[in-house]
Design a binder for this molecule. Structure first.
Ligand code: WT7
Length: 662
């Protein structure tokens, strides 16, 4: 089904025309059989929000003991949901489906980078989770202990998470793209007692050793006494017999461990995310509330049902993977695709080939991926039959209308609603998104808060702003899936989220507008967090990785608007006296950032500065740096200590621009 050049031209014209359209009602055919077709959920939830969540928790999950109280809000912001209730997350994700005779159902159609396929059923996942739970327990892992997981996109990652949940251990998944040094910090902060990793990982035809790298940091982690290693690529993996186990050997020798019910507020996982300081925040989620949120949203936002083939392209190392690759779909008993590789290997059509091959009906990805596909051109998706698709999702950053329309037209063929889903690591699950059979869509807006969610846009004083005005996005009512604290740091939890507007209003950290029809338009972060390709990074963390280079004196990092990645990391760097900055030093700086954090944090641009613009009290004026980097007129400069600094930087940026153009 190749496209002729003519079709590409037609497409251009069609997209031009679509740009003039503001509202897209739910496609007729979709609406006709959608699970939700009117505003009943919103009305019911408004009447009694807590009672409404209770109903979801009861209908969607199996509890071994009912709760006595749905919400304890006596000590905000330390809310407790489903108090006294008991359940097991792994049981809900696996055992109950198998017990209901659905063990042979495929949970994951796994696709490896070289095209290998594995269909993993619910019964198989359960079999392995039961045994891994035994292994962990035999190694002394007790309820509440933290287990690190550092794995590629293979079904074992879901088994590992669920085996932890089975015995009440708290998983701490670290994105495989983070360096081992970043892994060490996250394992150290959470005091992890065990680590599950792989011998190696693959990336576009290359293999890299993982276990051997991990070994370098283990001496720094005295609490970590067990490493369970999955044989994946066959890379050499040195094993220390008193500490290291091969996954396949350990599982073969182990019997099953039954799922044990835990308190609804028992911690389920910690996930480190970037904040305003260099130290990442350990977002802690608990069991009953989180599971309620991730069980409810796929059905209502994705219209997910039994005959769907669902694919979320995220990595499990991020919250999207936790909630919408592992817990959400498995709680629903869904069949998903899990793909290990890159979108352009072996060729730029691999995603669409996979969609056609498995008959994907629901596809969930990030705007940055859509923009990349746009750049590659429509010929890649048009090579494949995408007619099974019926719903498309977007997450991670605002989606620009042009990308939205391309997604709608080229991937969705104009038949699929696009659900732009706004949420965060902290919120646990989607909070602002359309219900696809009901909500008219506006390209670029995540539309309205889901039933039960009270979102608002406020000014500095916490007053709601007029429609169309920009302000701070806040959430004024607790919801079951919200984070409960920052791991071992309740002060920072209160300070970060519940100090700006009081202890009962969650401060999101995003700027937003709300239009006359109550649609939310998220603008971006208001703190020093950068969003690169939907990946959340802290400017302070990158800065501290840069200044670790002995030749660097000072660094200021900003997120610069970027057509493809949303934001790109731009670093202003001053060097020590006597150092001549050059490309080699830039390469060393980038390599240092890759080593300390991961390749994803490497600065796209490094600008050598004689000095950085500071206030008289010595604070770096990042706002001005952003203006300079994007070539905008400068905002207020009255507090600037030395205006000459600015001129030098502007000249540098002009030079860089010219060089980049030629
Ligand atoms: C930040 C959260 C949500 C899972 C992936 C990212 C931005 C996320 C949207 C969206 C506009 C969005 C926000 C948010 N964001 N989704 N649909 N529209 N912005 O999770 O790493 O915790 O980042 O991502 O700025 O605060 P995260």
């Amino acid at each position: 089904m190749a496209t002729s050049p003519l079709r590409a031209e037609e497409l251009e014209r069609e997209l031009e025309q679509l740009l003039g359209r503001d509202v897209f009602p739910p496609p007729q055919e979709f609406r006709a059989r959608a699970l939700v077709r009117d505003d009943t959920p919103w009305r019911e939830a408004e009447r009694d929000p807590v009672g409404w969540w209770e109903r979801q928790a009861r209908e969607l999950l199996e509890w071994s003991e009912p709760w006595q109280r749905a919400l304890d809000d006596s000590n905000p912001p330390f809310y407790r949901w489903f108090v006294g209730g008991r359940l097991n997350a792994c049981y809900n994700a696996l055992d109950r489906h198998v017990a209901a005779g659905r063990g042979d159902r495929v949970a994951f159609h796994w696709r490896g980078e070289e095209g290998e396929e594995r269909a993993v059923t619910y019964a198989e996942l359960l079999h392995d989770a039961e045994r891994l739970a035994t292994v962990l327990r035999e190694r002394g892992i007790a309820p509440g202990d933290v287990v690190g997981i550092y794995l590629p996109m293979i079904p074992e990652v879901a088994v590992a998470m669920l085996a932890c949940a089975r015995i009440g251990a708290v998983h701490n998944v670290v994105f495989g793209g983070f360096s081992v040094e970043a892994l060490r910090d996250r394992l150290h902060f959470s005091n992890a007692k065990a680590l599950i990793c792989a011998d190696g990982a693959r990336r576009k035809g290359r293999k890299v050793a993982v276990k051997a790298g991990v070994d370098r940091i283990l001496d720094d982690l005295p609490a970590l006494r067990t490493v369970i290693c999955v044989r994946h690529t066959g890379e050499a993996a040195p094993m220390r017999p008193d500490r290291d186990l091969w996954w396949h050997e350990a599982l073969r020798a182990a019997g099953p461990t039954p799922a044990e019910p835990f308190d609804a507020e028992h911690p389920l996982f910690v996930l480190y995310t970037s904040g305003s300081t260099a130290k990442p925040k350990g977002v802690l989620h608990t069991t009953g509330g989180y599971l309620t949120g991730v069980a409810w949203t796929p059905r209502h936002v994705f219209d997910l049902r039994d005959d769907d083939i669902y694919w979320c392209t995220a990595d499990v190392g991020w919250v999207t993977g936790h909630s919408y690759i592992v817990y959400g779909p498995l709680l629903a008993g869904a069949t998903s695709v899990m793909y290990e590789g890159a979108p352009d290997y072996p060729d730029k059509d691999v995603w669409w080939e996979i969609c056609a091959r498995y008959g994907v009906t629901i596809f969930y990805t990030a705007p940055t991926a859509i923009r990349t596909c746009m750049k590659w051109g429509p010929e890649y998706p048009l090579r494949h039959d995408l007619s099974a698709l019926r719903l498309l999702g977007s997450v991670g950053e605002p989606i620009n209308p042009k990308a939205w329309l391309w997604y709608w037209r080229v991937i969705g063929g104009g038949r699929c609603p696009i659900v732009d889903t706004w949420w965060q690591t902290e919120t646990g699950h989607i909070l602002i998104a359309p219900l696809p059979g009901v909500t008219p869509l506006k390209p670029g807006s995540a539309t309205r808060p889901l039933p039960g969610i009270d979102a608002a846009v406020v000014d500095d004083a916490g007053r709601e702003v007029e429609p169309g005005q920009q302000g701070y996005l806040v959430l004024r009512r607790p919801w079951p899936g919200m984070l409960r604290t920052l791991y071992k740091d309740p002060e920072r939890f209160v300070e970060t989220y519940f100090s700006r507007f009081g202890r009962e209003t969650y401060f999101v950290g995003d700027a937003a507008r709300r239009d006359e029809e109550g649609y939310f338009w998220v603008v971006g972060r208001v703190d020093d967090v950068v969003n690169v390709s939907g990946h959340r990074l802290s400017t302070a963390e990158v800065e501290s990785a840069i200044v670790a280079h002995p030749k660097v004196a000072e660094a200021a990092v900003i997120g610069q608007a970027d057509e493809r990645t949303g934001q790109a990391i731009c670093a202003f760097v001053t060097v020590e006296a006597g150092v001549e900055p050059d490309e080699r030093l830039a390469d060393e700086i980038r390599a240092g950032v890759a080593e300390r954090i991961g390749k994803l944090a490497r600065p796209a641009r490094i600008i050598w500065a004689n000095d950085l613009p500071k206030t008289r009290s010595g604070k770096i004026m990042r706002r001005l740096l952003r203006d300079i980097a994007e070539g905008r007129a400068l905002g207020d400069v009255t507090t600037l200590r030395d205006p000459a600094v600015i001129e030098q930087l502007e000249a540098k940026v002009r030079e860089l621009r010219a060089a980049e153009r030629s």
